[in-house]
Design a protein around this ligand. Structure first.
Ligand code: 1BN
Ligand code: ZN
Length: 358
């Protein structure tokens, strides 16, 4: 009986017709997406972007590991073996993540002598003309001059140095796993933190009192060198983000005033994203004055750049109590802070690639 049915032509035609009409409506299994939609987590979002963009999850554990690894080399003061070893490790890591790396060597003319220094520039999709620049300094301070003890000894710079570079390494890792059609340059500036803090004319106060040229003498030597010697002739990027002290517990990121003056649109967008993700308390909308940091020299190179920097206190002691002391070690690093900054930055980057950021 079954056999004769299978041989019947009409039976097969009816079966085909049923299949054609019913199958499209049956639920089909699809793999769960590798990415999450950042916008879906923002129930208290002030404003929804017109197009939803998939932003891969930020891995704060991995970012924490990258901080820990840099600190494990010891203080990364230019001219020391620890600095050399950490630099080689950074080059290897960015290359392992598929980036094209340039080592821009230079002599840092510090207030205590000339030191061998190197800006490490890792390029994601160097062939693409549309680019974004991310930067942080990778050196750590040669002295703990704000500590009550061992003021003449170098500091570990877990937050002041390693956290910003860890942020970039984790973003590079994300880009390799979740590619986008946007060029990204990661610049690890050297010799940012070798400045003379004793002379108020040369950078003693945290906020810049209009004394730019005095500060220029001793701080941010790597970004100054890069701005006068771009790694590619005519190099430009849509915008830049500087990560400085982005990993400590209880960090607060108010709006820095050079960024507000020279990159107002980008700063607004970043702080809006922070609010949208529920991080408004950590990214308050108040302005805190001008800080002569590496972004000033990136701005001078024509790229509007925003400094994301932890400034938790009112002046005169604006930076965290660990700043330029031996307490700037792994004990102050917090995955939650790394996660907030990482999600804000990666949301901006993936939206830029999708054409919904600026
Ligand atoms: C930021 C962290 N800076 C140094 N470590 C830049 C700076 C230098 C800020 C001098 C204020 C004064
Ligand atoms: Zn510093």
């Amino acid at each position: 009986m079954a056999n004769s049915m299978l041989k019947n032509k009409r039976f097969w035609i009816v079966l085909l017709l049923i299949a054609a009409f019913v199958l499209p409506y049956l639920p089909i299994w699809t793999p769960s997406p590798k990415t999450i939609t950042s916008d879906s987590t923002s129930s208290n979002a002030p404003e929804k972007p017109a197009v939803q963009v998939n932003v891969p999850p930020f891995n704060a554990d991995s970012a924490y590991y990258f901080v820990e690894k840099q600190v494990s080399f010891g203080p990364r003061v230019p001219g020391t073996p620890a600095h050399k070893k950490c630099g080689a490790w950074l080059v290897g890591e960015f290359q392992r993540m598929g980036m094209t790396v340039i080592e821009q060597k230079f002599k840092a003319q510090t207030y205590f002598g000339a030191l061998d220094a190197v800006n490490i520039i890792a390029q994601y999709k160097p062939e693409l003309p549309n680019r974004v620049l991310l930067c942080a300094h990778w050196d750590s301070r040669h002295i703990g001059d704000k500590d009550s003890k061992d003021q003449d000894k170098p500091i570990l710079g877990a937050d002041d140095g390693a956290s910003g570079v860890a942020m970039m390494l984790e973003i590079a890792r994300m880009l390799q796993a979740n590619p986008i059609e946007l060029g990204v340059d990661f610049i690890c500036f050297d010799a940012e933190d070798l400045g003379d803090d004793r002379d108020p004319q040369a950078g003693g106060s945290i906020m810049n009192q209009g004394n730019d040229d005095a500060k220029t003498r001793t701080w941010c030597l790597g970004s100054q060198h890069w701005s006068r010697n771009l790694h590619k002739p005519g190099y430009s990027a849509q915008y830049g983000i500087l990560f400085d002290m982005v990993g400590s517990r209880g960090a607060v990121f108010p709006r820095e005033s050079y960024s507000a003056a020279y990159a107002p649109g980008i700063q607004n967008q970043l702080w809006n994203i922070a609010a949208e993700l529920g991080y408004g308390a950590s990214f308050p909308n108040r302005e805190i004055g001008r800080i002569t940091d590496d972004h000033v020299y990136v701005i001078r190179a024509g790229i509007p750049t925003v400094d994301i920097i932890n400034v938790p206190n009112p002046p005169p002691h604006s930076f965290g109590s660990y700043h330029h002391t031996h307490n700037d070690d792994m004990s102050i690093i917090d995955r939650n802070t790394l996660n907030m900054v990482g999600r804000v930055a990666t949301t901006a980057i993936y939206r830029t690639a999708a054409g919904t950021f600026l």
